[in-house]
Design a protein around this ligand. Structure first.
Ligand code: NDP
Ligand code: 13P
Length: 336
């Protein structure tokens, strides 16, 4: 059994800490707030984020950063994407050779356009950063509902090691060498989910949702392939799988924020009402910048940016998507 620490006591960090403890690993959950660590340790429940889920007695909960990092085999980074760089920088002095760092946040840094694993490796020279991603709402994982994910790592033996660490009969883990494709899919599906939620808020139907999912994965994979990711990653769990769940699930914060915007709320009002991290708002900018950098057409992500940051009416954004130039469905036409 391994010594594992989960850094970040939000809904996903807490759900993974419970899962890892149940898997028999000696697990620590670290919160950046002392009072939260004490409350979780005393109540053995995360009332705000995962009500009704018991935190096992064997799970150690602390706000002591050094304690959480020292002597651990695996460090799971579960803070929001905007906190990954500062957290990795803070981790750097404590990291010893051989410790594995697994990013489970979903985002891309705006302006630098750096993926989160690359960011970790920038901040912690010599680190081996891996990723765990897929359709995995914390509310369901923490209740033992069957879930599948994928681990991406540069070396196969590390991927297999992490597969064994996380996997159990309700949490099936696949492995992949395509870290870039996994991270792009995980970050950009949140932007499409904002659009899908907005469509729901506008009162549009299942046809609209299916269109956004299908055309959404087309634009994400087009970008990913241009950046050097593998096409098949986008048809896997971290691509279409996570896109489907985030566009459809009642648990999705991105879908909910979009829904509120479709009903007329501003992005600030929607984020305040959701009151948990809405990653798509941050990844939207990065998606737009990547589409410009790699000269890849990403019309849905383009329109989401206009709604989020230019006050565009969401119904007008959908109309503009519908009346774009006529296209063939495949971007590699057999007719050419
Ligand atoms: N929830 C889910 O089902 C899933 C989430 N993810 C991803 O995991 C990441 C985390 O999401 P999630 O747990 O849901 O988010 P939540 O909104 O539930 O919680 C975020 C947590 O991070 C803490 N935090 C904020 N800033 C910092 C910081 N600088 N250092 C340390 N901790 C900090 C927050 O603390 P405070 O309470 O003080 O605000 C809070 O506990 C996101 O990238 C998300 O996309 C991935 C898969 C599933
Ligand atoms: O990534 C997730 C599920 O796989 C969580 O999505 P939300 O952040 O939209 O809730």
């Amino acid at each position: 059994m391994a010594k594992v620490s989960v850094l970040g006591a939000g809904s996903w960090g807490t759900a993974l800490a419970v899962l890892l403890t149940q898997n028999g690993h000696e697990t620590i959950l670290w919160s950046h707030r002392q009072e939260q660590a004490e409350e979780l340790a005393n109540k053995r429940e995360h009332e705000a984020k995962l009500p009704g889920v018991t935190l096992p007695e064997e799970l150690e909960i602390t706000a002591d950063f050094e304690r959480a990092l020292t002597g651990r085999d695996v460090l799971v980074l579960a803070v929001p994407s905007v906190a990954v760089r500062s957290t990795a920088r803070r981790m750097c002095p404590y990291i010893k050779q051989g410790q594995l760092i697994v990013n489970v946040a979903k985002g891309i840094e705006a302006h630098t356009l750096t993926t989160l694993t690359d960011m970790i490796e920038e901040e912690i020279p010599g680190a081996q950063a891996c990723v765990l991603s897929g359709p995995s709402h914390a509310e369901e994982v923490s209740r033992g509902l069957p879930t599948t994910c994928v681990v991406g790592a540069k070396k196969r033996e590390i991927a297999e090691y992490l597969q064994n660490i996380f996997m159990n009969p309700i949490f099936r883990v696949y492995i992949s060498p395509d870290i870039l494709g996994i991270e792009l899919g995980g970050a950009l599906k949140n932007v499409i989910a904002l659009a899908a939620g907005t469509a729901d808020g506008l009162g549009y139907g299942d046809n609209t949702k299916a269109a956004l999912i299908t055309r959404g994965i087309a634009e994400i994979s087009r970008l990913g392939i241009a950046m050097g990711a593998r096409a098949d990653t986008f048809y896997g769990l971290s691509g279409i799988g996570d896109l489907i769940v985030t566009c459809a699930s009642r648990h999705s914060r991105n879908r909910k924020a979009g829904f509120l915007m479709g009903q007329g709320k501003t992005v600030e009002e929607a984020m305040a009402e959701v009151n948990m991290v809405v990653e798509g708002v941050y990844s939207a900018k990065a998606g737009l910048e990547l589409s410009q950098k790699y000269q890849v057409e990403m019309p849905i992500i383009h329109q989401v940016n206009k709604v989020l940051f230019e006050g565009k009416n969401p119904a007008e954004a959908v109309r503009e998507l519908m009346v774009r130039d006529k296209k063939i469905e495949s971007w590699e036409s057999a007719w050419e």
